[in-house]
Design a protein around this ligand. Sequence first.
Ligand code: PEP
Ligand code: MG
Length: 753
Amino acid sequence: MLESLRRIVHEVDNAPDLEQALAIIVRRVKEAVGADVCSVYLNDYDNRRHILQATDGLRQAAVGRVRIEMGRGLVGLVSERAEPLNLDDAAAHPRYLCITDTGEQRFHGFLGAPIIQNRKVLGVLVLRQLEKRHYQEEEVTFVVTLASQLAGAITYARINGELARLQDEGIPQRFLPGLPAAPGIGIGTAVVVYPPADLDAIPDRRIENPEVEEESFRNAVQDVAEDLDRMALRTQSNLSAEDMALFDAWRLMLESDTLIDGTLTRIRAGNWAPGALRATIAEHARVFDAMEDAYLRERGTDVRDLGRCILTRLQNLTAAPIQYPPKTILVGEEISAMQIADVPRERFVGMVSTGGSGSSHVAILARGMGVPAAMGVADLPVGRVEGRDMVVDGYRGRVYVAPGPAVRAEYQRMAEDDRAMTHELQSLRHLPAETTDGYVLPLYLNTGLVSESRPLGIEESAGVGLYRTELPFIVRDSFPSEAAQMSNYRRVLELFAPRPVTIRTLDIGGDKPLPYFPMHEANPFLGWRGIRITLDHPEIFLTQIRAILRAAIGLDNLQLLFPMISTVGEIDESLTLVQRAHDELLEEGYQVKMPPIGAMIEVPAAVYQSEAIARRVDFLSVGTNDLTQYLLAVDRNNPHVAKLFDDLHPAVLRALMQVLVGARVHGREVSICGEMAGDPMASILLLGMGVNSLSMGASSLLRVKRVIRSISRGRAREVLKAALQCEDAASVRRLLFNTLDTLGLAGLVRPGR
Ligand code: PEP
Ligand code: MG
């Protein structure tokens, strides 16, 4: 059964359009179960009816003609209850509806299974039997399982077929759902990109002369390195320093021992350069593919991209330059960061990928460049959209192919509002984040890798509220040395001095294992991560603390932050180690100072112990991303439960209130540094709660400032009071949206949910 299930799903997946997909389904399912009839009814919600769309066993003339009003008949019952129905004699059921056009009256046995996608019933799969037959349990589970797997394929085939028939009129106005990846509206022309060279198709080939192969490989690597530099230069003005660091990461990968030595060893063993490259890349990418963490898994894509670029050079293929239309929407199944970098910024209005999610590195790049993007738009038939008009709604993660005039006009209006808003926000750059009643709520920047150039948001932020230190650890082949770390930290401390910079100690592990530090865990989010790892490895922790303390000498703008605290013991131990590093450095003659030290509150346990934690440290910083994940038991990287991840959930709001109560007992300041801090709507609540500062990505600074400057603290407190009465996140969101609307700021956000 399992095998035939796989075969059917595979065949349906490859069907060119809906008609053929359904023809395969009815034929194959009928055979597999030994039924006399198999039919598919699809739901037409606009006209509230079920339409017989395919059958094997009933009269073909009835296909498309038989339309059952929604809520009627057994098909209506299965659809309405979204449950299978197994009857030995259909006619005996009170809801039975006799339809003579199909010749159905001769049949007795009935099995109906709903076809469901994302909680929506798309249609009903029906099996009929001449005799009375009660389908066996395993037959029912087979049909139910199959129906659940067919939903995606049916959607895909339907859209694929519609696009194939697409004329300029009669265009489907449905959107294709995906995941929001970079906010904004993009209206333009689709340019489909494919991986440039098929590395996997390269065979092994014996060679006589390894030196020649070696040389061509080295030349190819050199060429790719130059390409990267060129792209980095071209993209520089559009990207923050953090995003620019991706180019450094590629250079590091390109020049890594794993890639170079691995390929050379294989060449010297007698394989030609392309074959040696293929094997090395495959081995290297597999390591990343096996990682739990989405960010690190994406590195596997980087490795493959690099492999393809080298192969292109090896094969001396100079890809014909793509002609980008004035409003380009880049579309692909697996878009590479290099393909993004190739699009001239002034022509780049949107990006759509059938794979990936909001945490993919290409999504990070798109956000950094301010290009609206949707990821994971799985139903988009990439092969059919080249040159088509397209709208990308990066707020909701939706895509419209060949939108009709109404959809187009609506999105044009939204895009216009966005442009006006961005323009208006620029005027706030040098103004304080001050409420209408004169209270200043400092806004800090979240940043990570900082290279020489100046990161975005540097002028308009009060300093760095969260400097994530894990990226330099991820892009290397081994732990960075004290000196290498120090120069990184020094750069950011200098850049912002005298404004404070909060450096967080390494928050790696569990779901973010380092490539050179293997760990396998059944529940990585509940496992070895953050402070738990660094306390188990004091040598890693001490090296980092030494580097951080030394970096701050003479600047005195450092604050230190510990991640993933779940017990007070972890703070005590961490403080002891910091003191030790400090004392050792003094003994060694470095004029280091003890910085203010804070603890992150991102585990529910820490919420309830915020008072005891606050007593031990100088400040608290709430990581709402993890706090939401742990409070709501929703994996922050899992697209299947992404809808449940909501930092406006009343439980999150109550947790924040509790943290503030604990902190106040000891007069400690509380900062919020998760994504919630950068949400203009949530900032009203955080202001009302009395948090001391917010820390966010550069792109949120002006939006949040706009809100703070439009509201009084008193009003924010009233809104908070009302929000705390709400019983679900949707009500909180509605309340906040209405508040922004009355302030004339609804344009700052789009109600995405
Ligand atoms: C958080 O969890 O909210 C946070 C700021 O840390 P990170 O997103 O790096 O886990
Ligand atoms: Mg966190």
